[in-house]
Design a protein around this ligand. Sequence first.
Ligand SMILES: O=C(O)c1ccc(O)c(O)c1
Ligand SMILES: [Mg+2]
Length: 638
Amino acid sequence: MRTSIATVCVSGTLAEKLDAIAAAGFDGIELFETDLVTSPLSPEEVAGRCADLGLTIDLYQPFRDFEGVEPSVLAANLRRADRKFELMHRLGTDRILVCSNVGTATVPYDETAVDQLGRLAELAAEHEVVMAYEALAWGKYVSTYDHAWRIVEQVAHPALGVCLDSFHILSRGSSLDTIADIPGEKIAYAQLADAPRMNLDALSWSRHYRLFPGEGSWDLADFVARMLAAGYTGPLSLEVFNDVFRESDPRVTAVDARRSLVALEDEVARRNGDSALEVLPAPIELGGFSFVELAPGVSDPRGSDGSASETLSEPSSSSDVERMLQALGFTETGSHRRKNVALWQQGDARIVVNHGLEASSAGIAALGFDVRVVREAAARADALQNDVLHRDHRAGEDELLAVRAPDGTEVYFSELSSGTGGGAGRRWTAEFGDGDASVPSAHPLRIDHVALVQPWDRVEEAVLFYRSLLDLTATEFVDVPGASGLVRSRSLVSPAGGIRLALNALPDHARDDSDYPNHIALVTDDLLGLLRRLDGLPLLEVPGNYYDDLDARYGLAPGLLDELRAANVLLDRAGDGEFLHAYTRPVGRVFFELIERRGGYDGYGAANAPVRLAAQRRLTGALPSGTSPAALLPSRTT
Ligand SMILES: O=C(O)c1ccc(O)c(O)c1
Ligand SMILES: [Mg+2]
């Protein structure tokens, strides 16, 4: 389908917005009045610029506060409309959005709105303009789409249809059934926006928190399918007012926006078997975590050139992260044939430490997933305008495909070979000597989830990136109060629960994310037993107050409470399920969490995350550094 986007969705001047929108591959725009009024370009120049960029102006908007007014106000409103219709000629667009009156309406009767919009439709027809009447969710008398449709139906003029904006409709929880009653040609325009669930008045929610489809909580595929079934033939058009996007790089936002529509069309096609729509290769089904790759950071004694540092007395060649892996019971099972990369394993958990990566501190560089066919994964990634990285590989080595996530993490896909001796194997492990030599352990581990801290302005994009590419579903955001601000956390889970990712959005002020490490959560079926064997594992210390509170809440058996306290293990419960977990101290920008899930517990212990954030803050000890207003003033010399 044709794709369009309102200029209000991205930051910049009008010229910058148009460049970014065209570069992302959109077919058209909704031109926002403010963007035109503030531009030095004449309407003809804007039209020319759009034509040069291959963009059509699909809609001019908004025209406000027209109907339901006193006769004296009506005359002024018609004159105002006449000027806008003339302007539209100069822009070369024939469609305008008319929002329901939020301010000047004083006559609550539909007959008045019908009569006045009828007169406006006559005027529009003279100018060969079509109007799309939109019920704003906070409209004074008209605030629902079915009401707007009843009025438009009574006006019964070819120059007037409705605008269906998913935000106004879904934010009010309106039934979507009326859409089927609207003839397709009377849906003059459709606008798409997703949103997070919030308890906020509609106006504030709409003006600050709208998101692109797939980034919020609504089912936009159902909304679009219903409009298409009604016979809507216009573009899929985005109208997203969002405070973060308004201050982000418009080129990044535009690609994110366009990805949302490509993924949405695919979802509608897939669900409804609609052959007129573009279908992409299927969302990638993940078999499991193949590996997590760590960069050891500058403290790495082997350095990026592989030479051992002399300052460390430790005879082993391990870096700080490798010492942590050792403390966690991992074994170095191999090193890569031609790269300075070590493979560490414990049970079914594989961690690759890449000494060739240059990073100032240790951290997660890549996630590896098992998939059935790498080529299909590549095709979907490509169709979704992802940054596909074909990594250097030699004959006989596994072909690894990587895609760069918005936060820079590389996401690898590798195939399981069917294996001649039965049992699927990972081809890439053969490049590490013995290969997939699992080391026997009394408490085998598996990677349960990986939690990635996201830059404050890219978390919505990250949700869409993972959700559109992979077969994952997203939970709602959970707010975690941290010692340095509120962290918003959202998880993505594969259908069988084998893959979990937690995306943690930093507090807005924390534009430097170095205080917020990522983590790898390793699951065992006996956490307390495992910890008894891992003597000397440096865990985060849990305050005594936490255990007093735990006791007050759960009334635990005294023996158990003491055991948890002595081991620095935290506990959470949900329904019949129980979650035990402990956090290691961070190594650079990464730490490990050891967890045990009991009785179908499906969460992440979010209730305990504030304890961790406070403990980490005590370790780094830094107060947030703000800019003092005085520092922005010119300095006086006299
Ligand atoms: O917030 C507003 O005023 C506004 C304006 C135009 C729209 O299309 C809309 O959905 C909202
Ligand atoms: Mg709208």
